[in-house]
Design a protein around this ligand. Structure first.
Ligand code: DQA
Length: 142
């Protein structure tokens, strides 16, 4: 099984970025945990982070030519703005889970709309880093 985990803008700053909202774990900590879960399941997991919308679109498009079967995506702020990321996900047609560390629904109203949610298999928000692990375990089981 091949799973692609995508992290969008500013998630490279986890650990120091608004820790009251996003927690103290770094992106490297989160990715290390995901790699452990993947290894236990004998699955192939790839991780990609970018602060650039077009690079995220390119990586999504690249799944047409690699072995990716499932995508887990935290698109960060692009969740609320990016028709391009939505269209890329639709173009490749792979099932995906949308993850947010914070509970976007208890935050500013502009975070309540997502361009991805109605296309997602599921959405996880507010569980912190565990949200990625929960999404990964679902993807591995399906
Ligand atoms: C986020 C929530 C977004 O609103 C925000 O722009 C982020 C992170 C989260 O993981 O909680 O960058 O996706």
């Amino acid at each position: 099984q091949h799973i692609l985990v995508l992290h969008g803008p500013n998630l490279n700053m986890l650990g120091t970025r608004e820790p009251g909202i996003y927690g103290r774990q770094t992106l490297a900590d989160i990715n290390a945990r995901l790699a452990e879960v993947c290894a236990e399941a004998d699955a192939g997991c790839a991780v990609f982070q970018s602060n650039h919308e077009g690079e995220l679109v390119d990586r999504i498009q690249a799944t047409r030519h690699d072995e990716t079967e499932f995508i887990i995506i935290n698109a960060g702020a692009y969740t609320h703005t990016s028709v391009a990321i939505r269209d890329a996900l639709a173009a490749v047609g792979l099932p995906f889970i949308e993850v947010h560390l914070s509970n976007v629904y208890k935050r500013e109203p502009f975070r309540h709309h997502s361009y991805l949610s109605d296309q997602a298999q599921g959405v996880i928000a507010g569980l912190g880093a565990y949200g990625y692990e929960a999404a990964l375990r679902y993807a591995l089981a399906h």
